[in-house]
Design a binder for this molecule. Sequence first.
Ligand SMILES: [Zn+2]
Length: 413
Amino acid sequence: MSDPFPKVATRRMEELVTELGRVGEQQPGGGLIRFAYDDAWRAAGALVARWMTEVGLQVRTDAVGNVFGRLPGTESASTVLTGSHIDTVRFGGRYDGALGILTGLAAIEELIRTCGRPRRSLELVALCEEESSRFAADFFGSRAMLGTIGPDEPDTLRDADGVTLAAAMRRVGLDPAAIGSARRTDVEAFVELHIEQGRVLYDEGTQIGVVSAITGLRWLDVTVTGRADHAGATPMDLRLDAMQGAAEMTQAATALAEAEGRPAVATCGMWQVHPGGVNIVPERVTFSIDLRHPGEATLDRLAGRIRQECERIATRRGLEVTLDDTKAVAPAPMDEPLQKVIAEAAEGQGVSARPMPSGAGHDSQMWAPHVPTAMIFVPSVEGRSHCPEEYTPAEDCAVGASVLAGTLRDIAY
Ligand SMILES: [Zn+2]
């Protein structure tokens, strides 16, 4: 197209981020709490709905509380969807999730002003739940739209106070029996803008990340068993110390990820030592391995090597080891033509962009197996996220919104 590229104003982004960021802000400790179906969540949804109406969108809430603003297309019945989640982690920041909704709002507002009605319908969504902060219902909003919520979830998932998901929904006027009606089959593309939540873009000074794939993940529980003995009376060479074996295993696992290089990561974050006495040689240690990489083959290879190393170390030390796979999430490659559209939109805006994988999970990974899906990353200052310090300057938010606008224009107009 020859017309100028849509530009979202920095001031507009500043205003939107500041106002939504106040909803659920905790005093005086700082940080946000907007958990699915709590009062702040409800207020945030109402505010976004008001903004959608002001911009001229048709507003609707579905059975699980996803809020939609629709700009009907002139020709096709298909929908181009953009947005992200409105819930937060405990003491989270103003940007995670929210920025995808707010840049979507500003982008569509700008497109209406400069280009009028689209050919394909454009829809903005504030997804009700992604973070699993209150219920282990991760990606609840997206999964409702994709029709993949299990029939028993509303009555079996409970928050820390024992409240079921179904009861929490009813409290805000939603009917859990109607979840099936949230399913959508008209969505033909999903584009999500999100903060990077790492520091790659920030360190490089690159303005836009075009996500190539969302990382795959493997969780392993490793249990190492040796023998409990007296810490004073048992010579070092006669011990079967489970902790020493486990320590060597965690080093081996992280060394394998280091040797693989970015973006491979391995984290051993959860430890239990039995019997856990200051004067007892540890008999049994269980620790977790969180392994991530955006390539399935690499993930398989690394998981296999970690298993081999743990077994080798156990054998050498006379210990027993078991490795249990507790979770596996396949990598979600983003749609290549859409990645190209985003890269071109960035080029058109004259901003720097680079392809990159996402190390964090996002709603887009739910959508990717079903419809062409893509993600736009904007920088996170010092890579901080899931904390009150989470920050992306308004200028960077506006650059992201403008690239999103250019992308949506290309797809929907
Ligand atoms: Zn998020």
